[in-house]
Design a protein around this ligand. Structure first.
Ligand SMILES: NC(=O)c1ccc[n+]([C@@H]2O[C@H](COP(=O)([O-])OP(=O)(O)OC[C@H]3O[C@@H](n4cnc5c(N)ncnc54)[C@H](O)[C@@H]3O)[C@@H](O)[C@H]2O)c1
Length: 345
């Protein structure tokens, strides 16, 4: 068990012992002052196996884990539509929450989560882990420093193999997943656009398409206009193409290219084609390190009673954009994102 010198460890619970839970548990194991005090999953075998790997208690129900373990905080890694009820239960038990992306499947659920955490005076963090990735952080710093001048447009493109043979069945259940590739993988893309663009989307136009026999969309494209006027094109597709994860931000004096394969590069206006200048190289373990940073920030936030780096209001803005894109696709029209209730007053 890790503990802070002279202090008691931060005791963590994990709700949902699926694929990303192991990354969170490993992050906890690597952090001084943090210990995994219990894990739970409705699939008892999954909970038992994760618990065995991390020498901790397991449960098949999060209520029982909250009662028996009384953790300081929980990480919610369950299916998307369950993020809200589990967060509300944890908050009512006085437990801080770090909830995986997307924060929830509706803006109304995000509001419930924010209100519950506020009422019970616990912190709420959302796992937009890219805020802790060195390439993305440096891109944001360069943009803030005016390195490419005034940003004009963002082009974001991401691919994944999005088919029922590739991931658990709930990802293809519209109720549990809240959508398909856009809600799941596209949450990262929307996050990058909002964070690097410096504002949430205000108006969106989108179209989606599903592979035959799949109940959620497997392809999505859209145009976003951010509240600061910046325009972004987004393409998130799930069929055939090899892995691609790239964001390009073009400004008056140059451009940034952020790529999972090649890292962060800067291109100067007037330099023509070429490879640009590599600023931050991707590392083999940078995602694992980002999960450790994210958890360290969450634990510090809970201990010092400040909001985590990515808070509920930010997580809600990503869900607002994704759900507006679904509305745009369903109605084949431009959708304006309504000011959020807590900000309209
Ligand atoms: N930040 C990232 O890069 C990243 C990467 C992968 C997944 N995720 C997110 O993490 C979450 C989990 O994704 P995953 O890939 O691990 O899915 P998964 O299906 O592998 O794991 C989810 C687990 O939750 C369990 N579960 C279902 N209902 C439950 C309940 N009521 N209580 C407790 N457990 C319950 C399931 O049995 C399953 O084991 C999703 O929100 C996903 O979008 C984020």
């Amino acid at each position: 068990m890790n503990s802070t010198p002279g202090g008691r460890p931060f005791r963590l619970g994990i709700v949902g012992a699926g694929s990303i839970a192991e990354t969170h548990a490993a992050a906890a194991a690597a952090l001084p002052g943090v210990t995994v005090a219990g894990v739970c999953d409705v699939r008892a075998d999954a909970a038992r196996e994760l618990a065995a790997r991390h020498d901790t208690a397991w449960f098949a129900d999060h209520h029982r884990m909250l009662d028996a373990v009384r953790p300081d905080g929980v990480i919610v890694t369950a299916p998307h539509a369950l993020h809200a009820p589990i967060t509300v239960d944890a908050a009512a038990a006085g437990v801080h929450v770090l909830v995986e992306k997307p924060m929830a499947t509706t803006v109304a659920d995000c509001e419930l989560m924010i209100a519950a955490c506020r009422e019970h005076r616990v912190q709420l963090g959302v796992g937009h882990v890219l805020h802790h990735l060195p390439t993305v952080r440096e891109a944001r710093r360069l943009l803030g420093a005016g390195d490419i001048g005034r940003p004009a447009v963002i082009a974001e493109r991401r691919t994944a193999h999005y088919a029922p043979d590739a991931r658990p069945g709930w990802f293809f259940d519209p109720e549990l997943a809240g959508g398909g590739i856009l809600m799941n993988v596209g949450a990262h893309s929307i996050d990058k656009i909002h964070w690097l663009g410096g504002a949430p989307a205000e108006r969106v136009v989108a179209r989606v398409s599903s592979k035959p026999g799949v109940a959620v969309e497997t392809e999505a494209v859209g145009l976003l206009e951010l509240a600061n006027g910046l325009a972004a094109a987004i393409s998130v597709t799930g069929t055939g193409l090899p892995f691609h994860d790239q964001t390009e931000i073009v400004g008056d004096d140059g451009a940034l290219r952020l790529s999972r394969d090649t890292g962060l590069s800067v291109f100067r206006a007037g330099s023509g084609s070429g490879d640009g200048t590599l600023v931050v190289r991707p590392e083999d373990d940078d995602i694992e390190a980002a999960f450790r940073d994210q958890l360290a920030d969450f634990v510090d936030a809970c201990r010092s009673q400040r909001p985590p780096a990515v808070d509920g209001a930010y997580g809600r803005s990503v869900v607002a954009t994704a759900t507006a894109m679904y509305q745009s696709a369903a109605r084949t029209e431009l959708v304006r994102i309504a000011p959020l209730a807590s900000e309209a007053a």
